[in-house]
Design a protein around this ligand. Structure first.
Ligand code: ADP
Ligand code: MG
Ligand code: MG
Length: 874
């Protein structure tokens, strides 16, 4: 196996093998830029080293051969006492992990060669400075000597002076002190064999792949754990030779705004690490023009060459050795979400890339970031507590502890934060009314978190130090007490909770989607508009929204939704309508039941009219009631206590308690809900179908273009759907709405596996991937997050929660089967998805790949889905 590549052998497309740094160094050599010679040891060697605990057998020999070639080219031998070649040993993985791994400079210096370096350079000070740096870096990174031990010794010699003011004699004494520290901590003398130094440093770089902070960073950034790092051996060039030398970093354009210009920092008489370490104050890169005009001009030339070559913003590291410029690193630079859109748009204007390429460089995740309001960073104080950052954004409001109070205050125009121990579907009105939601229990998939994310509402959940006292209408954190009506601010991006009002800035991107800003309002909005317009042109899939109210539907439409993929009807049974649901449940006989349903019908009809109006001309998929009915009744324990302690017996409450007992289920998620409920109480679905039909007829009579579609939840067998369908078709015909499409959710695994049969009775499918994931994995989505998901993530059972990003291998397979078998029976079968995954960038790509007709997601996610559906087609 070839484990070592000369810079002249590589190129920028070999990042898997050579790492980002190695591949880009090779590329710079290829296009003729001044790069010190060197070679790269592959990531494959690293992987083998990590697996076996020692380097692959052929490695030493291959490194030897490349080192010999390097020595030949440089006309010096590594660590030669008379005239030493020195090298740096640098980590460099496929994805840049800034500062996470190790680099050692000046390898090859020894007690003997330090004299050669001094003699050859005529600079004693420089030689001893380089040697002390080597012992320091080598000690720290290769041998785990604590860094402060060296820094402490350095401070003692230095006093208040800057490091450049130390003279040769002092540095020489420092080298002795450092060697003593090294020996004390490692139990051996500092290695005097240059090749041994190099080999030990290479192994240390390999090992740094698994350093704790590197592991953490990869998890955060979702970089795979098994890639390994490459190692670059680079001939040293010296920025610490004197005032006409130095080192710097630069961007080819402003990474925050994309503006062209000179952005960077420079430090004279210094080695690479000093710039970022903040040892001395750097100067702006413009200063270099005055310090060394020739190098400055050359650098500007090179930066423009790099931009033209990579067709993107690049960042670079360079060093000037006695007036000669050397390039030490380049890569396509990291940038903020806003800059990503702006820069791509500018590059299109400059003719460097086309719109497809610009779109390819965006991501839905970044767009989502641009849609959340933020706190003004300059204005924030210390948080009183921290919870889990469940749904990003910045919310300020008066604390309230129950849903009804929240809704009431909000109706009067007050901004509120709903604070609960945890939330349940009952809290929905309050959650909708609130600016943000704070809970003391539950993780990222708790009810509060999922619902808030769906709504694009700020949420901090699981803030364990927050003691919520709902009855006393207050919460405490340590000795801080916050009562109802007090102002707090919560940051859903960081999880921080602040007392009082922290000023927020609304997102211009959202104001643009909402029609408050025009597309040319500012450069960011213009860039976002441009990318989305192009994505719309490219995408094959339609994007619909999940919306249950007229106002949500209207907003979704402004955000670009092409219909509603999921209109839930359960909230239409809440609030004051609860009493009617109680009557339905307690009804004695069919007649009473029908009375209760008749009372609900006009209310439902009005709800639908509003939504059909808002989505005039576009399809609206309405899902018949899904949750078990007892969710609309008071909780068992509460009611039992109330009945037991009542002074006067209340027959209604007693009957209600009996009903709750009767309907109690061990596993309500797997119980009497969805189509099962519809078949047990046939009048219920019938009433809903009639309400839909009448609403549509009404809208049409008024000249509107209502396009309802009726969706049956939780179907597992075609017989269930057939029974509902027969009844629904009869009612639709009675109401003059025959031909209204009737379809089904595919959310029970059996439905996916018998999709061919089910398609016989369905006009469309819509995947309910939340339930499909829950039932496919057997994971209770309300419980798993807090209990074992973190362990599973650690073990790599999955890289991301399957509730967040669709599990392609398992649940995705069910989706594929259902699409294929459904379309075999009915080639024109319309198929969409309406679970949370419909707005997840990764999952959207998958749905495009398997041929769905549309994805449906919360209104706030609609632009994200549009962007990703467009990218999926590139
Ligand atoms: P990182 O990935 O943390 O930036 P690098 O491998 O790029 O680490 O090296 C750290 C610093 O040392 C950089 O500033 C780099 O420019 C400098 N450096 C690396 N190799 C050399 C070399 N051969 N000659 C001079 N400076 C070097
Ligand atoms: Mg670097
Ligand atoms: Mg479901």
């Amino acid at each position: 196996t070839k484990y070592v590549y000369d810079f002249a052998e590589g190129n920028k497309d070999l990042k898997d093998l050579l790492g980002g740094k190695g591949a880009n160094l090779a590329e710079m050599v290829r296009i003729g830029l001044p790069v010190p010679p060197g070679f790269t040891i592959t990531t494959e060697a690293c992987r083998e080293y990590l697996a076996a605990g020692s380097p692959p057998a052929e490695l030493a020999e291959q490194v030897g051969a490349h080192l010999a070639a390097l020595e030949e080219k440089m006309g010096r031998r590594l660590g030669d006492p008379a005239d030493p070649l020195l090298v740096s040993v640098r980590s460099g993985a496929k994805f840049s992990m800034p500062g996470m791994m190790e680099t050692v400079l000046n390898v090859g210096l020894t007690d003997a060669s330090v004299h050669g370096l001094a003699a050859r350079s005529g600079n004693e000070r420089f030689a001893w400075d380089s040697y002390r740096r080597l012992i320091q870096m080598f000690g720290k990174t290769v041998c785990d000597v604590p860094g402060d031990a060296f820094e402490h010794a350095m401070d003692e010699v230095k006093g208040k002076r800057a490091d450049v003011e130390l003279d040769a004699a002092e540095l020489r004494a420092l080298v002795d002190a450092f060697k003593a520290i090294f020996a004390e901590h490692t139990g051996r003398d500092f290695p005097q064999d240059p090749r041994e130094q190099m080999d030990l440093a290479v192994n240390a770089v390999f090992q740094s792949w698994n350093a704790e902070r590197a592991v953490l960073y990869r998890r955060q950034e979702r970089i795979p754990a098994d890639l390994g790092t490459a190692v670059n051996i680079v001939a040293m060039v010296f920025g610490n030779l004197g005032p006409d030398s130095g080192t710097g970093v630069a961007f080819t354009r402003d990474p925050a705004t994309g503006a062209r210009g000179v952005y960077g920092d420079y430090l004279a008489n210094a080695q690479g690490e000093d710039v970022v370490a903040g040892i001395r104050n750097t100067v702006g890169l413009q200063e270099l023009e005055h310090l060394d005009k020739k190098s400055f001009d050359e650098l500007m030339d090179i930066m423009s060459t790099l931009e033209g070559h990579y067709r993107d913003l690049c960042d670079i590291e360079f060093t000037i050795e006695a007036g000669k410029l050397w390039m030490l690193q380049t890569r396509v630079g990291k940038r903020t979400a806003a800059a990503a859109f702006i820069i791509a748009s500018q590059l299109v204007d400059e003719g460097m890339i086309d719109l497809d390429e610009a779109l390819r460089r965006q991501s839905g995740a970044r767009l989502a970031q641009l849609m959340f309001p933020t706190f003004d960073a300059a204005a924030v104080d210390k948080p009183i507590a921290k919870g889990i950052a469940a749904s990003p954004g910045a919310a300020v409001g008066h604390v309230v502890f129950d849903s009804a109070e929240a809704a009431e205050r909000a109706a009067k125009g007050e901004k509120v934060i709903l604070v609960r121990r945890e939330t349940n579907p009952d809290d929905l009105p309050g959650m909708i009314a609130a600016q943000g939601i704070l809970t003391s229990r539950g993780g990222k998939t708790s009810h509060a978190a999922v619902v808030a994310r769906g709504m694009g509402k700020t949420c901090v959940c699981g803030a364990e130090s927050v003691e919520v006292d709902v009855a006393g209408k207050r919460f405490t954190v340590g000795d801080v007490t916050v009562g109802e009506g007090d102002l707090i601010s919560i940051d859903g991006t960081s999880g921080a909770i602040y007392l009082g009002e922290v000023p927020v800035e609304p997102s211009p991107v959202v104001r643009y989607f909402d029609g408050e800003l025009s597309a040319d309002a500012d450069t960011l909005v213009t860039a976002v508009h441009r990318m989305l317009t192009h994505a719309d042109q490219r995408r094959r899939m339609a994007v619909r929204a999940n919306a249950d109210t007229g106002s949500d539907a209207a907003r979704a439409r402004r955000f670009g939704a092409q219909g509603i993929g999921l209109c839930r009807t359960e909230h239409m049974f809440l609030g004051e309508r609860r009493a009617m649901v109680e009557r339905l449940i307690l009804a004695d006989g069919a007649e009473e039941q029908q009375h209760a349903l008749d009372a609900l019908l006009p209310l439902q009809r009005d709800d639908f009219v509003e939504i059909l109006h808002a989505m005039d001309g576009l399809p609206v998929t309405i899902r018949l009631i899904d949750p078990p009915l007892h969710e609309f009744l008071p909780p068992l324990e509460e009611l039992a206590v109330e009945v037991a302690t009542a002074k006067e017996p209340d027959p209604h409450r007693q009957a209600l308690l009996a009903a709750v007992h009767r309907m109690h289920e061990q596993n309500p998620m797997l119980g009497l809900r969805g189509v099962r409920l519809g078949l047990v109480i046939p009048g219920l679905f019938g009433m809903q179908v009639r309400a839909i039909a009448q609403a549509a007829a009404k809208v049409r009579a008024e000249g509107g273009d209502a396009r309802p579609e009726i969706m049956v939840p939780l179907v597992g067998a075609v017989q269930e759907l057939e029974a509902v369908r027969a009844d629904a078709e009869r009612i639709l015909a009675e109401e003059g709405m025959a031909g209204t499409p009737i379809g089904t959710m595919i959310e029970v695994p059996r439905a996916a596996l018998t999709a061919g049969q089910i398609a016989e009775a369905a006009d469309f499918f819509s995947f309910g991937t939340n339930d499909l994931t829950q039932m496919g994995w057997g994971f209770s989505r309300d419980d798993v997050e807090g209990s074992f998901f973190s362990r599973y993530l650690e073990l790599g059972v999955f890289g991301v929660s399957p509730f967040e990003t669709l599990d392609r291998d398992g649940i995705g397979r069910l989706v594929r089967i259902a699409v294929q078998e459904g379309r075999q029976v009915r080639p024109d079968l319309k198929i969409g998805v309406c679970g949370e995954h419909g707005g997840d960038p990764e999952s959207v790509r998958f749905f495009d790949e398997v041929g769905l007709d549309y994805v449906s997601c919360s209104p706030f996610r609609v632009p994200v889905a549009r962007l990703e559906a467009g990218r999926a087609q590139l």
